[in-house]
Design a protein around this ligand. Structure first.
Ligand SMILES: *Cc1c(COP(=O)(O)O)cnc(C)c1O
Length: 430
């Protein structure tokens, strides 16, 4: 498989180069030259395959021959080394829990896959690589955890000061060793912009920089796995599947749509957003008009200009009518988010997190208008404990903190304050 730049001003390249670079030299996102089609037999036999075998078959065409079969099998198996439970909330709505990994967020899947792939691809240890990553909350922790103590890789994380939760901050500032956290005086989009600028800066060409944001194909594509896992578990229900994805940078939902394009029978997608609603507005008006980031309770989705939206546009050939047949978008306020947390708790005693709660709301709104044969799954993208304050205050109950988090919380935060791009550059060159 070759990947080309969606800006069309760089040469196509294979998986290894796309992963190593993150972004193409012309600043475009990499996109596969074709979308592999899975045969009917794959879906007939899906329940008989192991999860590793299934996921291997999904990702193999994207990786090509750049990793050996046993290497890729091992990477996939380690990546998916935790559970993906489906919890029924009503007869028509279920939560798909993606937070059973080491940092309690779905981003563990992409981060673990990318870290392990990069390590294997770089097996000759030829060059030292610096992974530069902007985080709105959960990416930083997942990437830090995925790459911790990986030889030959340094990780530099930019996060917006005071705009991530305490647990999120601790997860990315307490590891040390090959992980450094930079605390940016700004919002997530400022962090993301600095990362993009660094990739373009010829003054940094002596450093091998790559990105571990969902712009990187090795972070983005493995997120397809859990849509297949959910389908495999729900197939026996014989109902049309609808997925509602709490969306910020739109990598997660874009992976789901990619899975669908490979043949996975998904009837419809719902992008549920907070006040950062560039995509729902696009679906209404046909006009993409990104706005500055607004801070909300679902902070991991506070993204004004989602990077991956261009990939979604590509999938639908920039045809908004075609897109709307497959994708709906809804936005909700913080007030509505809190109400949803209560509603989900009252229905089933289930404690959701603010992001998952948005997913639930989008699903409910969509299903209310549609036919009954549909079964809706919303993605529970993070463990509620990561948003302890909101969940505790809204539900008026204690959420027990998992053991593995307690240790992280007891450690001292170490970060370097950064105000602008020149300070980032200075840091990288040192
Ligand atoms: C990152 C994140 C999201 C948004 O995912 P995107 O792929 O950026 O759309 C949603 N919820 C949580 C908890 C996250 O960490």
């Amino acid at each position: 498989m070759k990947y080309y730049s969606l800006n069309h001003n760089s040469k196509s390249c294979l998986f290894h180069d796309a992963v190593k670079r993150g972004l193409a030299p012309d600043r475009g996102l990499y996109y596969p030259e074709s979308i592999p089609q899975l045969p009917q037999s794959f879906f007939k036999e899906i329940e008989k395959m192991s999860i590793t075998e299934m996921a291997y078959k999904v990702i193999k065409p994207f990786v090509g021959n750049q990793l050996l079969k046993n290497e890729l099998m091992e990477i996939v198996s380690e990546t998916l080394d935790f559970d993906f439970p489906i919890v029924e909330i009503t007869d028509d709505i279920a939560a798909l829990e993606l937070f059973q990994g080491p940092t309690l967020a779905f981003k563990d899947v992409g981060a673990r896959f990318m870290a392990r792939s990069l390590k294997s691809l770089n097996r000759d240890g030829e060059q030292k690589i610096t992974v530069l990553v902007a985080t709105s909350g959960d990416t930083g922790g997942a990437v830090a955890n995925g790459f911790f103590e990986v030889d030959g890789v340094n990780v530099v994380i930019l996060y917006p000061k005071g705009k991530v939760s305490e647990i999120q901050e601790k997860q990315l500032t307490t590891l040390g060793k090959n992980i450094t956290a930079l605390e940016v005086d700004g919002v997530f989009d400022d962090c993301q912009e600095m990362v993009k600028t660094a990739f373009l800066d010829s003054g940094l060409s002596s450093i091998n920089l790559t990105s571990a944001n969902s712009i990187n194909v090795a972070r983005w594509l493995p997120q397809m796995f859990y849509y297949f896992i959910a389908y495999r578990s729900l197939k026996h229900k014989n109902r049309k599947l609808v997925f509602s994805v709490p969306s910020g940078n739109f990598g997660n939902i874009c992976a789901g749509i990619m899975a669908q394009q490979m043949g996975l029978p998904i009837d419809h997608f719902i992008a549920s957003t907070n006040a950062n609603d560039s995509v729902p507005r696009y679906l209404e008006t046909g006009n993409y008009d990104p706005q500055p980031t607004i801070q909300t309770l679902s902070n991991a989705m506070d993204v004004g200009n989602p990077s991956n939206f261009i990939r979604i546009q590509k999938i639908f050939n920039n045809d908004v009518v075609k897109m709307k047949k497959n994708l709906s978008g809804f936005r909700y306020t913080d007030q509505e988010t809190k109400k949803a947390l209560k509603e989900i708790y009252d229905l089933k005693g289930y404690i959701a997190d603010p992001h998952g709660a948005l997913g639930y709301l989008g699903l409910k709104e969509y299903l209310a208008k549609e036919k009954e044969e549909q079964y809706g799954v919303f993605l529970e993208t993070a463990h509620p404990v990561k948003f302890l304050d909101t969940v505790k205050k809204t539900l008026k109950l204690e959420v027990p903190i998992p053991e593995r988090l307690k240790e992280t919380l007891s450690k001292e935060k170490i970060s370097i304050p950064i105000r602008d791009y020149s300070e980032l550059k200075g840091f990288l060159l040192n």
